[in-house]
Ligand binder design. Structure first.
Ligand code: MN
Length: 317
């Protein structure tokens, strides 16, 4: 294929669906990673990617691409970056594959740990998980999470990592970013699952994206790094049940950890990092002393300063 006759357009999901229909009878089986479909018509091969990018190759590519939209005119640097990340875009059929999925919870909450779970869902278990009610955990209540999670844990291989506040604060004080902590935890949880299921190898690894893939791998320099077909996507819990299951297990553990922390604090601790949290933290300072926050909260959050101010103003009155 002459490169000069290649055309790339950037389009949307709707147009790709139309194209899929239009080229239905010309679809070919061999589809590159990250592609929704490939089709071959006389004088042109068409490949549509999840990212919305569509590649037309062959002597008729100009005519064919003109039917669908304008030639992409992005600056070369941006094009290069997005194409290097394209290899991490999940393939269109990912929901049918045997996948290790991972997700984390607690990163935006002042109180409580950071938790990462990874699970392996073999394709023959997909229906079973669906029947259990596994779906996007954001649409599930804590009560539903606590019903479903133990069933998942009994059914599929998983790894659950909990970074408690003391350790989190120690790492953070040493200069480690939260992004790096997350990357290390995802990597380790996935490695644990891979070891558990060995010699079975997953068809892919899907990470609920919290950083650019290049940043993720940079965080892991010097570590034993996961290998295989690694995919990143935001909202990945909607793409494969493994990430949905990982998210449910992580949230389940978070709910339990949170209950224990509240018990230890002798008062209910609110989630998130809002004003309610400032007040609870101030109360905790007055009750157990400022140093106690180290075992309940992520100290570098702005809530700490606010709580200290609140506590001293309450104490002063
Ligand atoms: Mn997530």
């Amino acid at each position: 294929v002459n490169n000069l006759s290649n055309q790339v357009i950037q389009t949307d999901q709707k147009t790709i669906e139309k194209m899929l229909h239009y080229y239905q009878d010309y679809k070919i089986d061999k589809v590159p990673q990250g592609a929704v479909f490939s089709a071959k018509i006389p004088g042109c091969t068409i490949t549509a990617y999840q990212s919305g990018k569509v590649l037309f190759q062959g002597k008729n590519s100009e005519i064919e691409s003109a039917k669908w939209g304008k030639q992409e005119t992005k600056a070369p640097k941006i094009t290069k970056r997005s194409s290097s990340n394209d290899k991490y875009a999940p393939p269109g059929n990912i929901e049918e594959l045997s996948i290790i999925g991972s997700d984390e919870v607690g990163t935006g909450d002042y109180f409580g740990p950071v938790i990462v779970a990874a699970v392996f869902v073999k394709k023959d278990r997909l229906q079973l998980l669906k029947n259990m009610g596994v779906k996007d955990s954001k649409s599930l209540s804590d009560k539903q999470i606590c019903e479903i999670a133990p069933k998942i844990i009994d059914t599929i291989p998983y790894s659950l990592l909990i970074l408690h506040n003391e350790k989190y604060n120690k790492l953070q004080a040493k200069g480690m970013s939260q992004g790096k902590m997350k990357a290390l935890m995802h990597n380790q949880a996935i490695l644990n699952v891979m070891q558990k299921i060995s010699p079975i190898v997953p068809e892919g690894i899907l990470i609920d994206q919290f950083a650019e893939p290049s940043t993720f791998f940079k965080y892991l320099e010097g570590e034993k790094v996961i290998e295989g077909n690694i995919f990143f996507s935001t909202k990945a819990e909607g793409l494969h049940l493994s990430v949905a299951a990982a998210s449910i297990i992580a949230r389940y553990a978070f709910v339990k950890e949170f209950d224990q922390l509240s018990k230890k604090a002798g008062m209910p601790l609110p989630k998130g990092a809002g004003e309610q949290v400032d007040h609870a933290a101030a109360k905790l300072i007055l009750k157990l002393g400022k140093p106690s926050l180290n075992s309940f909260a992520k100290l570098h959050f702005a809530n700490t300063e606010k709580a200290i101010r609140l506590a001293s103003s309450i104490a002063g009155h």
